[in-house]
Ligand binder design. Structure first.
Ligand code: ADP
Length: 325
């Protein structure tokens, strides 16, 4: 297993005419980690991924792998592999031949490339379906084949563009556990593009939050969730309230840290939503700011509140987190 495989983006920029899709980003990806590029639609995630893969040219800057610039190499010579959202399997080739395809292009003989393809199909639990055609597979199975096909090139970095978005919610959760297992077993870096914060939190060793073509914050999933640097990150990660306190500074406070108390910030309940283990009480402060308190079920029903009622909100000062303006 390799140990040094730092992938680094240096002043990376992509322009499409007047549009700047990626603006001067700098980042070192921790080796052998599961990284999620997270952000709203249009923030530059896919463009970043495609530049790393070599499916998109770089306008300015460099992409370093082990210290050498790969940004002008063809995709097959970069040490990266990409798994596409659409899977892009060849419909007329068997599962085995789909997986073996890139080895065929390299002139590797049939016995050898089939042996390697079978090995990878075992890894993704698809060995028993090697003879089938893609049309005879479910969406989840096609995805496993696409994964095996990307991994057969023994990439240093696997790039995944919204890999779970085509799956139903149940399968999505199963496949994300599978992706995480594969990443651990292979010990290579996975860079996974998603716009789902729950997906990123569940999977990532490192979350890189993008907004408007730049990296807004990067860190461990817990760091980014618990200590959002900006209002954008606090709102995008969800589960936080953003309030202005006397003096004008803005703070993020997790909804589960807000209590209904005897005194504190005066607010009016605007809606109450039962969530099973807890109740989401949405309120409005005097300055119109919306604040959600997540109250444990038993606690709420001991002293239930209804829309229109006046309440007091309190939280420990230690739980409020100052945001950069
Ligand atoms: P994301 O993956 O975060 O949804 P993208 O990287 O696809 O965002 O796009 C970032 C920005 O670049 C968007 O404004 C998008 O419209 C623009 N863009 C992406 N691809 C192209 C292209 N081929 N030509 C022109 N503009 C593009």
């Amino acid at each position: 297993m390799r140990t040094t495989q730092d992938l680094e983006l240096v002043h990376l920029t992509k322009r499409y005419g007047d549009t700047v899709a990626v603006r001067d980003i700098n980042h070192v990806f921790a080796p052998q980690s599961y990284v999620c590029l997270l952000g709203p639609s249009g923030c530059g995630k896919s463009t970043t991924l495609r530049m790393i893969a070599g499916h998109e040219s770089v306008s300015e800057g460099a992409i370093l792998l082990d210290g050498s610039d790969i940004s002008t190499l063809p995709p097959a010579r970069r040490g990266t592999a990409m798994m596409f959202q659409s899977y892009a399997l060849f419909p007329h080739l068997s599962v085995r031949d789909n997986v073996a395809f890139s080895l065929k292009m390299k002139g590797i003989d049939k016995a050898q490339r089939h042996a390697k393809a079978d090995e990878l199909l075992e890894l993704v639990d698809m060995g028993h379906l090697a003879e089938r055609l893609p049309a005879q597979l479910s969406g989840g199975q096609q995805q496993r084949v696409a994964l095996a096909r990307a991994l057969i090139t023994e990439p240093r970095v696997l790039l995944l563009d919204e890999p779970l978005s085509a799956l139903d919610p149940f399968l999505r959760i199963r496949m994300r556990a599978e992706l995480k297992r594969l990443q651990r077993e292979l010990g290579i870096t996975f860079i996974h593009v998603t716009h789902g914060q729950d997906e990123a939190l569940a999977l990532a060793d490192e979350v890189v939050v993008m907004n408007n073509a730049v990296i807004e914050q990067a860190g461990s999933a817990r760091e980014v969730f618990n200590a959002p640097k900006t209002e954008f990150v606090a709102r995008f990660m969800g589960g936080h309230n953003v309030v202005s306190l006397p003096g004008g500074a803005r703070y993020a406070i997790r909804s589960d840290a807000v209590r209904l108390a005897d005194d504190g910030h005066a607010a009016t309940v605007t809606s109450v939503e039962y969530q099973g283990d807890r109740v989401a009480v949405t309120t409005r402060l005097a300055d119109e700011t919306e604040v959600v308190a997540l109250v444990a079920e038993e606690q709420f029903f001991a002293l239930p509140k209804s829309p229109g009622e006046a309440v007091c909100l309190a939280w420990d000062e230690g739980r409020q987190h100052r945001l950069q303006s």
